[in-house]
Design a protein around this ligand. Structure first.
Ligand code: PGA
Length: 255
């Protein structure tokens, strides 16, 4: 049984006061939840204060990116050790905004995933197609290629630490959510591919999140799909009511 995992990607939002307020509000709302894994991924500069605000809570903290080098002359970058030092358990790698706005390649993403695993962080590895790729019937080919390249050289033991997040780029921040059937189709393809790259038992244990305009109103239908094991949530994770409602909806179904 895969335990559901919902993570909030705060992106480049919040300030020092609102970040701590959001974390503290979630800690209070979700204090009784044990059947769903929850994480928040604040901007780097608020990781420490958010970790402190969540120290007595089961809500984990993740970062939105990481650099693969250990330390040294890499101006502006942040290492795995720094993230762990600030209380991070997870790190988002290969988010579509980093691929398409900041120009990250599959090869760079692969190095980051390897570094994160090697240094004890749990990667949330994002993949997803552009609108023109979907319209051109390329979805499975594009996503499969991202999965293969992102996981190149990663062993079956190592891959067990990864959560895959399928985020169709056309659904991110647009209000246009993939239908549950569209999400399920790609999730099943990813799980099948992981079964080929590793083995079916490993693939069966891996969690695959959906991301792209997930919100309280569509949480139940997305999570009802057999291969949707969680959500990576942008906009709706910035409000205590919305993010906690989504986690409670999933916890309710676990009963
Ligand atoms: P969204 O973002 O929920 O605002 O669409 C999801 C994401 O980019 O992770």
């Amino acid at each position: 049984m895969r335990k559901p995992f919902l993570a909030g990607n705060w992106k480049m939002n919040m300030n020092s006061a609102t970040a701590v307020n959001l974390a503290a509000g979630l800690a209070k709302e979700l204090a009784e939840i044990r059947t769903v894994d929850a994480a928040v991924c604040p901007p780097f500069v608020y990781l420490q204060s958010v970790s402190a605000a969540l120290s007595a809570s089961d809500i984990a903290v993740g970062a939105q990116d990481v650099y693969f080098e250990g330390n040294g002359a890499f101006t502006g970058e942040i290492s795995c050790e720094m993230l762990k030092d600030c209380g991070c358990r997870y790190v988002i790698i290969g988010h579509s905004e980093r691929r398409h706005v900041l120009g990250e390649t599959d090869a760079l993403i692969n190095r980051k995933i390897k570094a994160a695993i090697g240094r004890g962080l749990l990667p949330i590895f994002c993949v997803g197609e552009l609108l023109e790729e979907r319209d051109g019937g390329q979805t499975n080919a594009v996503v499969a290629d991202q999965v293969r390249k992102g996981l190149a050289g990663i062993s079956s033991d190592q891959v067990k630490t990864i959560t895959v997040a399928y985020e169709p780029v056309w659904a991110i921040g647009t209000g246009r959510t993939a239908t549950p059937e569209q999400a399920q189709e790609v999730h099943a393809m990813i799980r099948g591919l992981l079964g080929e790259l590793y083995d079916p038992a490993v693939a069966d244990g891996l969690r695959i999140q959906y991301g792209g305009s997930a919100k309280p109103g569509n949480t139940a239908e997305l999570m009802a799909q057999p291969d949707v094991d969680g959500l990576l949530i942008g906009g709706a994770s910035l409000k205590v009511e919305d993010f906690s409602a989504m986690i409670k909806t999933v916890a309710e179904k676990q009963k």
